[in-house]
Design a binder for this molecule. Structure first.
Ligand code: GLU
Length: 470
């Protein structure tokens, strides 16, 4: 079994393309097949080396590897042309001399009449003499495929039996006037030459498939199996596009998504493992992947779900790994913070983040004293008597070892002595230390912050947060 991913390097690797790559890759890796890459760079004007690099690095980042060197389509043009000329020799294709002006006029008329323009076959049956005349006049020519009558029927892996009437398909161009092959021809010859057995691609290619199947047959090639993946929609149920925000894989990378999470999320867009598993590692996805369960209906790209999934995958990383990834997002103003200190924060923040930069943004209090205190939390937690309570606590904290377990003992013991619930101390302490109402475990956090910082912040809070009147 051989599958392929065939991106055109005319733009970034977007999530739709990545999803196609993932499905092909999962299929190959789950069925001991081969996954090949082909760079479809025949649009010389819009293709660029930079985009090729970007696409390859996006695939690598996602953990998608490929077998063999990528095939560069532009290096196969001679072969495509030879196959075009073979079709001509076998009278399965013919030269068309219609000028672009003539075709344009016909197109405009067809569209004005409310129909789609299909080439009318003007040059389909020219005699040798007529052709010689056109050649002598120096007319430009394109090579058109002689579309046979009948229907083109195929069994799509996703959509099952799919059928097109050939009447809806005109004699399409396979070789342009400048001698370059069209996408339709190049893709068929290359897929054949690469031994591709299964073509999995987006639903947007469905209408190309009957034309390609006719070419396979005309060329005497074995036709691969086709499977068309459901479209990806934005939250408004319209086809996902830049309007919906980030669509390039690189953008997700730079916003602090993990490749594991994006991969997992995209694998579940249009496919399901058949049970209620959602957070899955690559190996698990390979084991579970079954092409039969690709869904027919389009799926919505739910960014909130992706963020959630990213948080889940962050929790699955070991601390050293998470630390390494976080360092790419270290804000400039924290460059001087000792590595050892940052490493101690990792297990505390791991559960409290969805995107990698959240580690720093949600945990500012690990680096700077609070400048202000959340007024809702103050109203709720800073009660009459809190200040006196804290003042009695301060010397006990000062005398304690600054380990989480010793601090917990001191604080719970103090609550008992005072005859109040532990919350009466824990919540105001958290407010004093962080300025906020939520943080990682107070005791762990205090251990990391250290004695000096904790005492300084508590004293500052006692001065700055007034108790409620009366
Ligand atoms: N190069 C085409 C694209 O980017 C893919 C062709 C195919 O998968 O057949 O959409």
């Amino acid at each position: 079994m051989i599958v392929r991913f065939a991106p055109s390097p005319t733009g970034y690797l977007h999530v739709g393309g990545a999803r196609t790559a993932i499905f092909n890759w999962l299929y190959a890796r789950s069925a001991e097949g081969r996954f090949l890459l082909r760079i479809e760079d025949t649009d010389r004007v819009r293709s660029s080396e930079e985009m090729i690099r970007e696409i390859l690095s996006g695939l690598r980042w996602l953990g998608i590897d490929w077998d063999d060197e990528p095939v560069i389509q532009s290096t196969c043009i001679d072969r495509h042309r030879d196959e075009c000329l073979r079709l001509l020799a076998e009278e399965k294709a013919y030269w068309c001399y219609c000028s672009s002006e003539e075709l344009e006029t016909k197109r405009t008329a067809a569209e004005a009449a409310g129909g789609a323009f299909l080439y009318d076959g003007t040059c389909r049956n020219l005699t040798a003499g007529q052709r010689a005349e056109r050649e002598a006049e120096g007319c430009t020519r394109v090579l058109r495929f002689r579309t046979p009558d009948g229907r083109t029927v195929f069994s799509d892996i996703v959509h099952d039996e799919t059928s097109f009437s050939n009447e809806e398909i005109d004699d399409f161009v396979i070789l342009r006037s400048d001698g370059t092959p069209t996408y339709m021809m190049a893709v068929v010859v290359d897929d054949h030459d690469m031994g591709v057995t299964h073509v999995l691609r987006g639903d947007d290619h469905l209408s190309n498939t009957p034309k390609q199947i006719m070419l396979y047959r005309a060329l005497g090639y074995e036709t691969p199996q086709f499977g068309h993946l459901p479209l990806i929609l934005g939250s408004d149920k319209k086809r996902l596009s830049k309007r919906h925000g980030a669509t390039s894989v690189g953008e997700y990378q730079s916003r602090g998504y993990l490749p594991e999470a994006l991969f997992n999320f995209l694998a579940l867009l249009g496919w399901s493992p058949g049970d209620d598993r959602e957070v899955m590692q690559q190996e698990e996805l390979i084991d579970a992947f079954d092409i039969i369960r690709v869904l027919r209906k389009s799926s919505v790209f739910d960014e909130e779900k992706l963020r959630w999934m990213n948080g889940q995958h962050i929790r699955l990383l070991d601390d050293a790994d998470l630390f390494r990834r976080l360092m790419h997002f270290l804000p400039d103003d924290l460059r001087g913070v000792p590595e050892e200190y940052l490493r101690r924060i990792v297990p505390l923040m791991k559960e409290r983040m969805e995107l990698l930069p959240d580690f720093f943004a949600n945990g500012r209090y690990f680096y700077t004293d609070p400048e202000e205190y959340d007024t809702d939390v103050v109203a709720k937690r800073w009660k009459a008597g809190t200040i006196a309570l804290m003042q009695r606590l301060l010397p006990r904290l000062d005398a304690s070892d600054f380990t989480a377990s010793a601090l917990e003992e001191v604080i719970r013991g103090a609550a008992e002595k005072e005859g109040v619930g532990a919350g009466k101390i824990i919540h105001p302490l958290r407010l004093a230390l962080t300025g906020a109402g939520a943080s990682p475990s107070l005791f762990d956090m205090m251990e990391v912050l250290g004695r000096e910082t904790c005492l300084r912040r508590i004293r500052a809070a006692l001065e700055r947060i007034p108790e409620p009147e009366g």
